[in-house]
Design a binder for this molecule. Sequence first.
Ligand SMILES: Cc1cc2nc3c(=O)[nH]c(=O)nc-3n(C[C@H](O)[C@H](O)[C@H](O)COP(=O)(O)OP(=O)(O)OC[C@H]3O[C@@H](n4cnc5c(N)ncnc54)[C@H](O)[C@@H]3O)c2cc1C
Length: 310
Amino acid sequence: MHVGGAAEWLLEPKTLAELAKAVSAARESGMPVRILGKGANLIVEDGTVPGVTIATDRLNLMWRPEAQLGGEALEALLSELGSGQMPEARLAPQARTDGLRLLALCGATHQRLVSTVQELGWSGLEGLVGVPGHVGGGVAMNAGGKWGEMWSVVEAIMVVAEDGCLRILRREQCAPSYRNGNLGTQVVAAALLKFQLDEVLAVKERTKTFLKEKNAVQPVTEWSAGCVFKNPDKTQSCGRTTGQLVDQAGLKGRCVGGAEISPKHGNFIVNKGHATATDVLELVRIAQETVFERFGVQLEMEAKVWRAAR
Ligand SMILES: Cc1cc2nc3c(=O)[nH]c(=O)nc-3n(C[C@H](O)[C@H](O)[C@H](O)COP(=O)(O)OP(=O)(O)OC[C@H]3O[C@@H](n4cnc5c(N)ncnc54)[C@H](O)[C@@H]3O)c2cc1C
């Protein structure tokens, strides 16, 4: 959103071992720990964000692991990664029809992921086109939409667990739901993603169509935190999305300071260039209050708010 203050401490690990160490050192010293992906779903308050913020930007590598990767081989590969080694020898290039898997560290961007798989003609993540973020943020938030979501391609993830150790969680050990990876305080370190083989042109065509449709309805060129609210239960909202409720409440185009409820999409608050987090959060309050008064629907935040000390 391009609003908000500074982090009290900012750590930028460049290996998974450093990530695990950063998380446990911060927890042991009793400081709050926050993980910053691309910041595409965050509203950071004005002031100083207390404690330790760990940015995943430098953990941005992505590989095609060997074709027959299961059971112990997967554990071995991920633990090599965890110890800071880069397992290049076992990750030789293969035909596009082999393996159908990508292993991505948490700071690899969605954009790179989507463009890599479309070049390979692998299907499963076309719906993530135009969704800014890092793999770790995408897994934590279960990013996606009507054309699919991150967890539909997750085979396993590696996390920094509550005790500070790196652990592998297979898909069946996790319970992702709508816009939530349900991982609690675990930090996503890496993800092993599995795709379906398709024709390159077909994947490219779908990706292009989805992006065009997304660009037509969302203010993608403006600063925002994506959808501010989750869509409500359809029975409660008579089938209406949050964007439609905000629109019908007459709130599109409503401004506070430099922040505006997007005239293009009611579930987006955009920064017109000089907004503060206080402006944005005031619009959040107005939208929640007005929609509740008009329709009796309580809008639940999808974007995460990071509280700051003044
Ligand atoms: C123009 C625009 C369009 C968007 N469209 C969509 C859309 O269609 N669908 C959709 O789902 N989202 C959408 N979003 C929101 C955003 O792109 C996604 O939520 C994305 O997954 C956020 O990833 P991030 O890396 O930026 O996470 P951040 O915003 O940095 O973090 C979001 C949350 O995830 C946590 N987190 C980040 N990394 C990790 C990690 N490694 N381990 C554990 N927790 C972590 C953070 O602590 C925070 O709580 C959009 C945003 C914008 C700006």
